[in-house]
Design a protein around this ligand. Structure first.
Ligand SMILES: O=C(O)C[C@H]1C=CC(=O)O1
Length: 94
């Protein structure tokens, strides 16, 4: 099952910069692990924003919720999730 996920990151300005840097490093490692194993199919930066559009490939809503809620930056994110279906005019299945 494919899901489009919009992640907006809102790190509080009063968070210690070292704590913020550590969270961002953990987030990078976690996202790259999921990209390597095929769960996190696309990761695109939104120009001019601390936000991304991502495509996740998971077996269920519950798996997506588990993966998203384990994001190290999850406490500082606003997430929007859109389930995706195949488009009948697409040249190749996604
Ligand atoms: O930077 C972001 O968009 C948030 C998050 C997603 C991957 C990652 O490394 O950080």
């Amino acid at each position: 099952m494919l899901f489009l996920v919009h992640m907006q990151v809102n790190i509080p300005h009063d968070l210690d910069p070292a704590d913020a840097a550590a969270l961002i490093a953990k987030e990078k490692a976690y996202s790259q692990e999921l990209q390597r194993n095929g769960t996190w199919r696309h990761l695109w930066r939104m120009v001019g924003q601390y936000a991304n559009y991502s495509v996740f490939d998971v077996a269920s809503n519950d798996e997506l919720h588990q993966k998203l809620s384990a994001l190290p930056l999850y406490p500082y994110m606003t997430l929007e999730v859109t389930p995706l279906a195949q488009h009948p005019s697409a040249l190749a299945p996604n």
